[in-house]
Write a protein that binds this ligand. Structure first.
Ligand code: 5RP
Length: 230
C-alpha cells in the first residue's frame, strides 16, 4: 500500500545553471543498469539527476535501489518512486554527487547543502564516484569562491575554532538556519562552520580532520572521482 502524501517534497531552493545540470543528469541516467545499488549525493544537481534516473527506471522497468546522503534526497528518491536502502544493508555499485568547486587535480569543495559528512561516507563505500558539475564549478585553486564547511560536534565548538585558527583560518562563520532560530543542525546533529583559508594545501583535509571535535569537512582532496562536466 502506498502513502497518499499531502506535502510537496520537490527541490525548494533556487537552481543555478539548470540546463547544464539537466544535461549532467541525463548523462548519469544512462549509466544505470538493472539491479544496481546507487549512491545518491545531495544538492540541486543530484535532485535533477534523481528525476532523470527515475524517469528511465519507470520507462524501462528497471529495479534499482538508492543509498541517500541526506533527508532531502531520501525524500526526493522516495517521492520519485526509487527504493531507498542503507549502507548497513547494501553497498553502492557507484555513486553520483555534485560539488561547489573542482580544481584541476579533481580536488573538491562540497557541503553548501551541509551533507558533506554522509556524502564522504557514501563516496568511501563506493568504488566508482561521478561528480556532476557545470563549468561554473571549475576553479584554479580550491577556496576561490567557497569557504570550506566544517562539521563540528557542538560540545567541541570552541576547541575546533582554536584548531582552525592554528591552521591559518582567516574567517570562521557559524552557519545559521533559515526558518529556525540558531545554527544549522546537520543530519548527524552537529554544527557547521564555514571557514576561509588564504591557502588550501594538499594536507588540509587531513589537518582539519585531525582537530578533536571535527566530524568531517567539505574538502575532498585525492579521492578517486570522475568528473562529468556538462
Ligand atoms: C551538498 C553538496 C552539493 O553537492 C553541492 O553543494 C552542489 O550543490 P548544487 O548541485 O546545488 O550546485 O555538497 O552538501
Amino acid at each position: 500500500m502506498n502513502w497518499e502524501t499531502a506535502a510537496q517534497y520537490d527541490w525548494t531552493g533556487p537552481v543555478s545553471n539548470r540546463p547544464a545540470k539537466e544535461e549532467a543528469g541525463r548523462r548519469i541516467a544512462k549509466y544505470v543498469e538493472d539491479g544496481q545499488v546507487i549512491g545518491v549525493g545531495s544538492g540541486s544537481t543530484s535532485y535533477i539527476a534523481i528525476q532523470m534516473i527515475a524517469e528511465r527506471v519507470r520507462r524501462e522497468g528497471l529495479r534499482i535501489s538508492t543509498i541517500c546522503t541526506s533527508h532531502e534526497v531520501a525524500l526526493a528518491c522516495a517521492a520519485a518512486g526509487l527504493p531507498v536502502t542503507t549502507l548497513l544493508q547494501q553497498r553502492p555499485d557507484w555513486t553520483f554527487d555534485g560539488a561547489d568547486e573542482v580544481d584541476h587535480d579533481h580536488g573538491l569543495i562540497k557541503g553548501r547543502g551541509g551533507a558533506m559528512f554522509l556524502e564522504k561516507v557514501v563516496m568511501r563505500a563506493s568504488s566508482r564516484n561521478y561528480i556532476l558539475v557545470d563549468q561554473s564549478k571549475m576553479v584554479a585553486k580550491l577556496g576561490e569562491k567557497f569557504a570550506v564547511p566544517v562539521e563540528v560536534l557542538p560540545v567541541a565548538l570552541h576547541v575546533v575554532e582554536q584548531g582552525l585558527l592554528n591552521l591559518g583560518a582567516s574567517e570562521i562563520i557559524m552557519r545559521r538556519a533559515v526558518k529556525k532560530d540558531g545554527p544549522v543542525i546537520t543530519e548527524t546533529g552537529n554544527f557547521i562552520l564555514d571557514v576561509r583559508f588564504a591557502d588550501i594545501g594538499k594536507t588540509m583535509e587531513r589537518d582539519i580532520k585531525a582537530i578533536t571535535g571535527v566530524m568531517e569537512s567539505g574538502l575532498f582532496i585525492g579521492h578517486p572521482v570522475e568528473i562529468v562536466l556538462a
